[in-house]
Design a protein around this ligand. Sequence first.
Ligand SMILES: NC(=O)c1ccc[n+]([C@@H]2O[C@H](COP(=O)([O-])OP(=O)(O)OC[C@H]3O[C@@H](n4cnc5c(N)ncnc54)[C@H](OP(=O)(O)O)[C@@H]3O)[C@@H](O)[C@H]2O)c1
Length: 324
Amino acid sequence: MRAAVYRTYGPPDVVRVEEVPTPVPGDQDVIVRVCAATVGVTDGTARRGSPGYARLFFGLRRPRWTVLGSEFAGVVEAVGAGVTRFRVGEEVVGITGPDFGAHAEYVRVRQDGALGPKPANLDFAEAVALIDGTALAFLRDRAGLRPGHTLLVNGASGAVGSAAVQLGRHFGARVTGVCSTPHLDLVRDLGADEVLDYTREDFTRTGQTYDVVFDVAGTSSFGRCRRVLNPAGRYLSPVPSPGLLVQMPWTAAFGGKKAVVAFTGLRKAADKARDLLLVRELAEAGTLRPVIAERYPLERIAQAHRHLDRGKYGNIILTVGEAG
Ligand SMILES: NC(=O)c1ccc[n+]([C@@H]2O[C@H](COP(=O)([O-])OP(=O)(O)OC[C@H]3O[C@@H](n4cnc5c(N)ncnc54)[C@H](OP(=O)(O)O)[C@@H]3O)[C@@H](O)[C@H]2O)c1
């Protein structure tokens, strides 16, 4: 099969389309013909091998996983003898998570992995743009967001932020989205009650306070956000910093305002699979809609990485084969 392969860390051109062995199913495995996959921030970090500490995970001297891509949508091509949950021809979405491998024509997942049915109302690219459960895991599980809460999303136009704005509204919160000037309308259209342009104002200095600050962009800090948090408010970020890693256990033990960092990609596959069902329900109800910056065919994977390096809003999608 064809796959986007890289063997050394470096600029976008280190990723090339090559022939690699097609996966075969073990007893509990599902082989999915990939139609679309995301090219996300983690893929960029893994390709660059930078910042340096990332190599502790991705491989010290050379990449440990040579085919990137964590989220995919496609069609079940083959199943192992013991597979009962999925059948050939079914349209599915899934997350390989730390195993990567989705930037390829076929990917192998266990039937009890993070795999679920594709929302019927979306094409493969739209479906894959919605399945990262980061915003859901932060807002539902870490913030306990509920009706009447006030939520500020810093980085509201990105992949995680655009989902966070929509989920914030779904959970009944009043949502403020922070992004740059060109994306204000997008964030407003996603349902934000208020939008702030970070190139013109600092959300920590407006005098407004919030129950939850979700710093998706990671450009602020718990220290700076303390003053905009209500007494039992939470500062959440998916971007770990040494300070945050110390503040999290400290604020968990003492004080009202909490700092929270989490690594949602490392959640159990069963939890991710459950969330895929919820995301499908929300997508089919029209509560969640995908935000796509650009679609690139597999052959243009280096361009997709170049786009990633320039910075993006929403999701960059790799399409594979004709259905993608
Ligand atoms: N811990 C975890 O489990 C986990 C899981 C997923 C992602 N992440 C991390 O979460 C972060 C966000 O991921 P993503 O996929 O959403 O990234 P993304 O799609 O690249 O979005 C980043 C957003 O940040 C905004 N931004 C840039 N500079 C800003 C500033 N100074 N103030 C406010 N917003 C600013 C950009 O908005 P404009 O375009 O409008 O400028 C952009 O839309 C990444 O660092 C990623 O590694 C962590």
